[in-house]
Design a protein around this ligand. Structure first.
Ligand SMILES: Cc1cc2nc3c(=O)[nH]c(=O)nc-3n(C[C@H](O)[C@H](O)[C@H](O)COP(=O)(O)OP(=O)(O)OC[C@H]3O[C@@H](n4cnc5c(N)ncnc54)[C@H](O)[C@@H]3O)c2cc1C
Length: 379
């Protein structure tokens, strides 16, 4: 027996689908309600650390993900200017343990597709164009869920995995909100020059950080982090032009990136960094928020998706192992998840703050390695 038999999930990102897969595999009836009309087919890349890869393995999707993405170990730091000299080659901690590479890059829509296919395979009900619009507790052990303004039925639990601007968070009266950290990021999906075999970061020059990560044999994503500005409504041509211009201080593989940015198919997007962490508890009765709904951070150590997946993994493990959904289950969930997510949020924000303040004495490598070693412990 599991602690829940029928669960509704808002969202179809990594947190939602990972939870759905694990619950459905245990025989729980799961409905996933997604606001968007369909799965995104365009997007940028994502860096997935070992502790995320370990969760993919438990979902039965690791072989497919490894095949579609670009696994790698190591991180190089380069300097701006002629020849883009490599100033440090850093070993990376294998946060998923020795069975997984330290990290891998992947095209985001591929990741979403693999998770969605697995969810369908294990019998999850997937509903697109189906925003969760309301929720009402029904006694102590049930919750009624509204989708598109109409009742979708009564469930044992609603999981709000509906992202950084979570509506479910608002619906249950949690008023912690994501706040801008002062940085914004240009990201482009481009071709991979053969010399790029792992993530490389450039500190110095006009951007706070410039870098790229391979996502496949022929692809990678490149990014430039700037002080956040209002870039709303910018055309894709203008976005590519600005990113091209800001990249001129960087050489090496940036020559190839610029070549792609000059082409008619250049795909560039702009996003502000935010951060927040909802203090415990993340649930109100039979509704809980996980993933970016509960915590967000700038991707300075690329742990956001890994933390969302760990939320999913721990929550589904507890729900499957217990017979009842009671306070002790929630206490265990919060004890296992909150300190870890909080450590990631605080370190990610700290790294950004040091850059915004041009603090040259800060021990950024020490902080990054400390967090990586912490993440290597099981969640
Ligand atoms: C610029 C940037 C770069 C990043 N790079 C990395 C990286 O390299 N590595 C990394 O690990 N993390 C990275 N992150 C963080 C990572 O993207 C997130 O932590 C992760 O995607 C969170 O997953 P999630 O499932 O919680 O939410 P999401 O993936 O945001 O999914 C939420 C879903 O809920 C849906 N939704 C919203 N409202 C409703 C509603 N009312 N009803 C139903 N559905 C709804 C949305 O449409 C969406 O599909 C980055 C973040 C940013 C901003």
């Amino acid at each position: 027996m599991t602690a829940v038999q029928k669960v509704a999930i808002a969202g179809s990102g990594a947190a939602a689908l990972a939870t759905a897969i694990r619950l459905a595999e245990a025989g729980v009836e799961v409905d996933v309600f997604e606001l968007k009309a369909e799965l995104s087919t365009v997007g940028s890349g994502i860096t997935l650390q070992g502790n995320a890869l370990r969760v993919f393995d438990s979902l039965g999707v690791w072989p497919r993900i490894r095949e579609l993405g670009y696994p790698f170990d190591g991180l190089s730091i380069r300097a701006p200017g002629p020849g883009a000299p490599v100033i440090a080659d850093l070993p990376e901690v294998q946060t998923g343990g020795p069975d997984y590479p330290a990290a891998m890059g992947m095209y985001r829509p591929d990741l979403n597709r693999v998770l969605l296919e697995r969810a369908e395979e294990v019998g999850v009900g997937i509903h697109f164009a189906a925003p969760v619009t309301g929720v009402e507790q029904r006694g102590d052990d049930a919750v009624e869920v509204w989708v598109n303004g109409e009742s979708a039925g009564t469930y044992d639990l609603l999981i709000g995995a509906d992202g950084v601007h979570s509506s479910v968070r608002d619906m249950i009266g949690i008023d912690t909100k994501p706040e801008r950290t002062g940085m914004g990021i240009w990201r482009a999906f481009v071709s991979r020059p053969a010399e790029v075999e792992h993530s490389e970061l450039y500190y110095g020059g006009p951007a706070y950080i410039a870098g790229y990560t391979p996502t496949g044999e022929n692809t990678m994503y490149a990014f430039l982090v700037e002080a956040s500005q209002d870039r709303a409504g910018i055309s894709s041509e203008e976005a590519a032009r600005i990113m091209h211009e800001q990249s001129l201080a960087y050489q090496g593989p940036w020559e190839s990136i610029r070549h792609d940015l000059e082409g008619p198919d250049a795909r560039v997007n702009y996003t502000w960094f935010t951060s927040h962490i909802v203090p415990a508890p993340w649930n109100r009765g039979r509704v809980v928020i996980i993933g970016d709904a509960a915590h967000s951070c700038p991707p300075t150590i690329a742990q956001g998706a890994a933390q969302a997946l760990e939320d999913a993994s721990v929550l589904s493990e507890l729900l499957v192992a217990a017979d009842v959904l009671d306070e002790s289950l929630w206490n265990t969930f919060h004890a296992r998840r909150l300190p870890r997510a909080q450590a990631v949020v605080e370190a990610s924000v700290q790294l950004g703050t040091w850059q915004l303040e041009h603090d040259r004495d800060a021990d950024a490598p020490g902080l990054i390695f400390g967090i990586a070693r912490q993440m290597a412990e099981l969640a």
